[in-house]
Design a protein around this ligand. Structure first.
Ligand SMILES: [Zn+2]
Length: 309
């Protein structure tokens, strides 16, 4: 498996790096909005970087002490309601905030679009000229495959929302049960937990992009083409052993030991991605290396721009 450090490094291929960046940003922005809103509701200090009461004070023109005092007061006030309100208030808050930003951010639609973009970029890398108007260009089987890629994107982003809801509810309920420490501590913990989810999401985004681009790449090649496994520079031992191994391309499932096809999973036989955060890629042995056709470059740019919307 790759190290923790390189999940933050962009892919070496600028198109794939853009696709990874767009999908990651979607989830990271969502988590940020959710955290910010919870912090504001509970009057907790909140800052984009490491949490600092000082930053909060600067933004509001208060001294650090004033800001902390205010946060403390708001927090006590929100807890004061507990004599009358059930602890479900925290659960409701977690539910409401995660749902609100999920809807406002149009997360499912945008995750679908970003996942499909990765597939289209894979196709372009495979030498198939296809742009945003792929619906008219591609056949039934490819349209189905793209619908599947979109459904995966939507499912993963929904999972992120559920994880955020669960994390928030757990954190706030634990805090209620054992409210030691200052509001600043809770704010810091909130950022830590959401930061952990963002890191997990980065891994998901990288893996989903790898899955989509790899499928698109194979789909773009003619049946019978030969592809070679190209291990990422920092690949794990399993992937390094695969480096240079050749497979025949099919457009539907075949011999799992000697053939690969779009959407083939590791459970079936050797395929890319081989594991979460695998950045290996297929290289068609017949494909000339060198300059990219300017028209293809333009198509890729259009796909990336659409994904970033
Ligand atoms: Zn790999």
């Amino acid at each position: 498996m790759g190290s923790e450090r390189d999940i933050w490094a962009p892919d070496q291929d600028p198109w794939y790096a853009a696709a990874e960046g767009a999908l990651y940003a979607l989830g990271a922005t969502y988590l940020y909005r959710v955290g910010e809103e919870v912090a504001r509701t509970l009057g907790l200090p909140w800052d984009e970087g490491a949490l600092r009461g000082l930053h909060l004070a600067k933004a509001r023109g208060l001294s650090r002490e004033e800001a902390l005092e205010r946060a403390e007061r708001l927090y006590r006030e929100s807890l004061a309601g507990y004599d009358r309100l059930p602890p479900s208030q925290y659960r409701d808050l977690a539910e409401a905030v995660t749902e609100k930003w999920y809807g406002e951010g149009r997360l499912e639609t945008r995750a679908q679009r970003r996942s499909v973009a990765a597939y289209l970029l894979g196709m372009l890398r495979g030498g198939r000229k296809v742009g945003l108007d792929w619906r008219g260009l591609l056949g039934e089987r490819e349209r189905e495959r793209i619908a599947y890629i979109a459904a995966r994107g939507a499912e993963y982003v929904r999972r992120l929302k559920e994880a955020a809801r669960h994390t928030l509810a757990r954190l706030l309920l634990l805090w209620h049960e054992n409210p030691t420490g200052s509001p600043e501590d809770l704010g810091r913990k909130l950022q830590e937990e959401l930061g952990g989810l963002a890191r997990d999401w980065r891994r998901v985004a990288l893996t989903e992009v790898a899955h989509a681009r790899s499928a698109g790449y194979l789909a773009a090649l003619p049946e019978g083409a030969v592809v070679e496994w190209s291990a990422a520079p920092d690949a794990c031992p399993t992937c390094r052993r695969m480096h240079g191994r050749r497979f025949r391309v099919r457009h539907s499932p075949g011999d799992p030991e000697r053939e690969v096809w779009p959407g083939k999973g590791w459970e079936v036989g050797p395929s890319i991605p081989a594991h979460p955060h695998c950045r290996c890629r297929w290289i068609a042995v017949t494909q000339p290396v060198g300059e990219v056709d300017p028209e293809v470059e333009d198509l890729a740019r259009a796909v990336i721009a659409a994904a970033e919307k």
